[in-house]
Write a protein that binds this ligand. Structure first.
Ligand code: B12
Ligand code: SF4
Length: 503
C-alpha cells in the first residue's frame, strides 16, 4: 500500500504530516510526501487558485499510483486543499482524506469535497483507513474518521483516546526518501525530489535563521497545553478529547535521538526551535534532565515558548546553561477585563511582569525575548487597549513585540461568542483569508507597532497612551492620518531592508 501525504504550509516542518508519515512507514506502508509550500507565504490573501496548473498536474501524477491521498490543512489553507483535491480527483480515482486542525473543527464542511476526514490525532486513524482500503472493507466505521455513507448520511465516529505514551510513536520523517517539493522561489522547476541540501536552503530562509545566519530545525517535545485560552484551538481540542491526559511529553531520549538523526541528514543545522505551545510547563526535574543530556548530545543553541504562569528562575537557569538563546511568551493584552475574556486571568499583569523580570535578569545571556500581543479584539474598548499600551511601557527592556491581529478561528470560544454577537459577518474575509498582519490602522495599533522593537522610551509611550494625549488622538478626525502612516510603513520597511542589504 502506498499513501501520498500533501502539506500546503509555507513552513515545510509540517510536524503532524511527518509524524503520520513516520508512523505509516513503521507499519509497513510506503509513503510519498509532497510539500507544496503556499506561494503567498503568511501573507494570506483571497486567492483560491494558489498553484500553477502544471504544478497541480504533476502533483496528481505523483498521486496516481497511490491507494490513498492525505491532505493536511489549517483553516487558512482551505483554498490550497480544495485546489489540490480537485486536481487529484480530476486525474485519479484515489480517495482523498483530509486531516489537521481545520477538518478536526469543521469535518462536515471538509466532506463537501474530501472523501474522508480525520478528526484529531491521525496516526492510528490513517493506518486503519489504509488497512480497510487494503481489505476492501468499510471506511465509515473507523474511530476518528468521518465520511458520507452511500445514502448521504454522515458517519461521525467518535475519537479514540489520545496516545498517552508519545515515545511509542516514531519521530517525524525527515528521511527525504520519496519526498517531493514545489518551491515557489524556483517555480519553473516544477515538483521535484526534495534533497537534504534543498531542505537546508529552504530552512535557511526562515526569519530567525536569516537573523542568526544559522539554519533552524523545528520540532516539538510534546503535544497539548495546560491552558485553555478562549481564542486558541487547544480549547476546542480539549473539548473534543477532555482536558485530562491532553498535555503529553515525549521523553528526553526520544527527542534527542530525533535531533541526532536529523543532524546526520541535515548537517548544517545551527540551532533548534522547540515549538511546543508551552515548553516551560514541563516539570522542573524534566527540564533539568533534558538540559543535562542536551549539553552532551546536542550542544546547539535553542529557542522555545513559555507561558507566563510557568516561567521560573530555576527553569530559566537550567535552560540558559544548556543553550537557550531566545524565548517567546504570550502576553496578548494588558487589560484585566480582556484577560478574563481570553480565559487568561491566571496570567494577569503581575504574573506576567514577574516572568518578564526573571527573563530580563538574563538579558546579557540571550536575544531580547519576544512578547506576543493580540490586537483588534472586537470586545476591547479604547480604555482596554490603552491599558495594553501602558502595560508595554512597564516591560523591562530589551524586548521585542509580536503584535497579531486576532483571527477568530472556528471551534474556539471566542469564535462562537463573536458569531453570536454579530461580529462575524463574512467568515471567508474575516477568518479563512485573514492574516495576523492585517492590523486595524489606528492610533493605538500604531503606538504598539512603534513600540515593537522595544526601543521607544517607556515614558514617552506612557505619555502617548495617557488619557490626556490619547483621548484626543483616538478621535475619528485623526483616522486618515494614522491610515496614511500605516500605508507608508510597508514601503518604508522594504526600503530600510534594501538599504541595509537584507533580502
Ligand atoms: C508548530 C506550529 C506552527 C509552526 C510550524 C507550522 C508548520 N507548517 O509546520 C509555525 C510557527 C511555522 C506555525 C505557523 C502558523 N500557524 Co501554527 N501552530 C503550530 C502548533 C503550535 C503546533 C502544530 C503541530 O505541529 N502540532 C503537533 C502535531 C502532531 O499535531 P497536528 O499538526 O495537529 O497533526 C496531527 C493531527 O492534526 C492530524 N493531522 C494533521 N495533518 C493531517 C493530515 C492527514 C491526512 C491526517 C489523516 C491527519 C492529519 O494528525 C497529526 C498527528 O496526530 C499549533 C498549535 C497546536 N497545539 O496544534 C499551531 C496552529 C496549528 N497554527 C495555527 C496558525 C493559524 C498558524 C499560521 C497560519 C499563523 C498565521 N501566519 O496566521 C501559520 C502558518 C503556517 C505556516 N507558516 O506553515 C493555528 C491553526 C488554527 C486553525 N484553525 O487553523 C494553530 C492551531 C494555533 C492556534 N492559533 O490555535 N505554526
Ligand atoms: S497558552 Fe498559548 S497554546 Fe496554550 S491555550 Fe493559551 S494560546 Fe493556546
Amino acid at each position: 500500500m502506498r499513501v501520498a501525504l500533501i502539506s500546503p504550509y509555507p513552513d515545510i516542518t509540517a510536524y503532524g504530516v511527518r509524524a503520520i508519515a513516520a508512523f505509516l512507514k513503521a507499519n509497513g506502508v510506503a509513503v510519498r510526501l509532497i510539500f507544496l509550500p503556499d506561494p503567498l507565504g503568511d501573507a494570506l490573501t483571497d486567492c483560491p487558485e494558489r498553484y500553477p496548473a502544471a504544478v497541480m498536474e504533476q502533483t496528481a501524477a505523483l498521486c496516481a499510483d497511490c491507494d490513498l491521498v492525505g491532505v493536511s490543512l489549517m483553516t487558512n489553507y482551505v483554498d490550497n486543499a480544495v485546489q489540490i483535491t480537485r486536481a487529484v480527483k480530476a486525474k485519479t480515482g484515489v480517495p482523498v482524506l483530509w486531516g489537521g486542525v481545520h477538518p478536526t473543527i469543521r469535518p462536515e464542511e471538509c466532506l463537501e469535497l474530501a472523501d474522508l476526514v480525520c478528526v484529531g490525532d491521525g496516526e492510528e486513524a490513517i493506518l486503519d483507513v489504509v488497512r480497510a482500503i487494503e481489505a476492501d472493507g468499510d471506511l465509515t466505521t473507523i474511530a476518528n474518521i468521518q465520511a458520507r455513507r452511500t445514502d448521504g448520511t454522515m458517519a461521525r465516529n467518535a475519537v479514540r483516546p489520545l496516545t498517552q505514551n508519545l515515545d511509542a510513536l516514531p519521530a517525524p520523517d525527515w528521511s527525504h526518501e520519496d519526498h517531493h517539493i514545489w518551491d515557489s522561489q524556483n517555480p519553473l522547476a516544477g515538483v521535484v525530489p526534495l534533497t537534504p541540501a534543498a531542505t537546508e536552503a529552504i530552512l535557511a530562509r526562515g526569519t530567525v535563521s536569516l537573523l542568526l545566519g544559522k539554519i533552524g530545525y523545528q520540532t516539538m517535545t510534546g503535544r497539548g497545553c495546560p491552558h485553555r485560552c478562549a481564542y486558541c484551538v487547544n480549547d476546542a481540542i480539549k473539548a473534543l478529547y477532555g482536558a485530562k491526559g491532553y498535555l503529553r511529553w515525549r521523553g528526553t531520549d526520544h527527542v534527542l535521538a530525533e535531533i541526532e538523526t536529523v543532524r546526520r541528514i541535515l548537517p548544517d543545522i545551527g540551532y533548534v526551535w522547540i515549538s511546543d505551545d508551552a515548553f516551560f510547563a514541563r516539570p522542573l526535574a524534566d527540564i533539568v534532565e533534558f538540559c543535562r543530556q542536551w549539553k552532551t548530545r546536542i550542544g546547539l543553541p535553542f529557542s522555545c515558548l513559555g507561558s507566563p504562569a510557568t516561567i521560573s528562575r530555576e527553569k530559566m537557569d537550567a535552560l540558559l546553561d544548556a543553550g537557550l538563546f531566545y524565548l517567546q511568551m504570550g502576553v496578548q493584552t494588558g487589560s484585566p477585563r480582556i484577560q478574563k475574556l481570553f480565559n487568561r486571568q491566571a496570567m494577569g499583569n503581575e504574573v506576567m511582569l514577574a516572568a518578564m523580570r526573571i527573563i530580563n535578569a538574563s538579558k546579557d545571556r540571550m536575544f531580547p525575548p519576544s512578547y506576543d500581543f493580540i490586537l483588534d479584539t472586537p470586545y476591547e474598548t479604547t480604555a482596554d487597549r490603552l491599558e495594553s499600551v501602558r502595560f508595554i511601557a512597564q516591560i523591562p527592556k530589551p524586548f521585542r513585540l509580536q503584535p497579531f491581529s486576532l483571527v477568530l478561528y472556528p471551534g474556539t470560544k471566542l469564535h462562537a461568542m463573536a458569531a453570536a454577537d454579530g461580529f462575524l459577518t463574512d467568515e471567508r474575509r474575516q477568518v479563512y483569508t485573514k492574516s495576523y498582519t492585517m492590523r486595524r490602522p489606528d492610533y493605538i495599533n500604531l503606538l504598539i507597532l512603534l513600540a515593537k522593537g522595544g526601543r521607544m522610551p517607556s515614558r514617552l509611550l506612557a505619555l502617548l497612551a495617557s488619557d490626556a494625549v490619547a483621548g484626543v488622538l483616538v478621535r475619528p478626525l485623526f483616522n486618515p492620518l494614522w491610515q496614511g502612516l500605516f500605508a507608508l510603513m510597508g514601503p518604508a520597511k522594504r526600503l530600510l531592508r534594501r538599504v541595509s542589504g537584507r533580502a
